[in-house]
Design a protein around this ligand. Structure first.
Ligand SMILES: [Zn+2]
Length: 261
């Protein structure tokens, strides 16, 4: 048995931390092209057809086109240079008419869906009770974040449930992709019927999901000029990559964290 395999769970620690500048540069220089080629759907790989690209720079500035004119590129190399020039902590693409759902682990934590800690959505942000409850969450692995690993698992399970709901209302399963986003889960759907839905219908679906216990970011589903994390890009706040999930796949510690001595 190797030393690694003989480590008892009690001695394991899950590393989960923001990416350093050097790690981001290394990622976009050496790894991004391969992961993007493996992971990204054709509609995102069609760089010149994406309405806009955006990012959050290492300094935390949201770099986006102005006056309704998006930043556009024609080649993968242009996109990569843009992310490298800004040392991007987050990379986004304009979703156009794509039907999208976002579940953030932070929202799972707030709403009390996770049995490992109390909810805090009922309290005013910054109030004593809110802070006490938030602090409780900060002490559960990955520690220091506004959610726990179990919240991420719940976000993933919920996105699988939403997949099933969309299929029931007629979406073609072949057009739906599911994602581990870094701090939660995403769904993207390019079924033409779903892409034809107007804002009001999208808003209705978003409200329906929300009222049925899905802590989705509603604006991502119905808002205008939406942007979504680029598949295969690095989530610099946690050092994780947006990657595909197979329907029903259980999210693993290997995926969400790195086990170190
Ligand atoms: Zn939790």
């Amino acid at each position: 048995m190797s030393i690694k395999n003989s480590i008892t769970p009690a001695r394991q620690r899950i590393a989960w931390q923001p990416s350093a500048k050097e790690e981001i540069i290394d990622f976009y220089t050496n790894r991004f092209e391969r992961i993007f080629a493996e992971q990204a759907p054709d509609y995102v790989k069609d760089i010149g057809n994406i309405s806009e690209w955006a990012c959050v720079s290492y300094e935390g500035i949201f770099v986006r086109g102005i006056d309704g004119k998006g930043i556009q590129f024609n080649t993968f190399e242009d996109l990569r240079d843009f992310l490298l020039d800004n040392i991007a902590k987050a990379a986004y693409y304009g979703t156009g008419a794509l039907f999208t759902v976002d579940i953030d682990a932070k929202d799972v934590a707030k709403t009390g869906l996770c049995e490992l800690h109390p909810k805090f959505e009922d309290y005013e942000i910054g109030s004593a009770e809110y802070n006490t409850r938030l602090e409780y969450v900060h002490n559960i692995p990955p520690r220091g974040y506004d959610y726990c690993f179990n919240c991420i698992k719940i976000a993933v399970d919920k996105i699988y449930q939403i997949h099933d709901i969309l299929v029931k209302i007629g979406a073609d399963p072949e057009t739906i992709s599911l994602w581990f986003s870094g701090q939660g889960a995403h769904l993207e759907c390019n079924d033409p019927d779903m892409m034809d839905l107007n804002k009001d219908v999208r808003e209705f679906i978003a409200s329906y999901l929300s009222l049925n216990g899905m802590p989705i970011d509603k604006v991502i589903t119905y808002g205008q000029n939406r942007v979504f994390r680029v598949p295969g890009s690095l989530h610099g706040n946690v050092g994780r990559v947006k990657t595909r999930l197979e329907l029903g796949e259980e999210i693993s510690m290997e995926r969400v964290g790195v086990v170190v001595l």
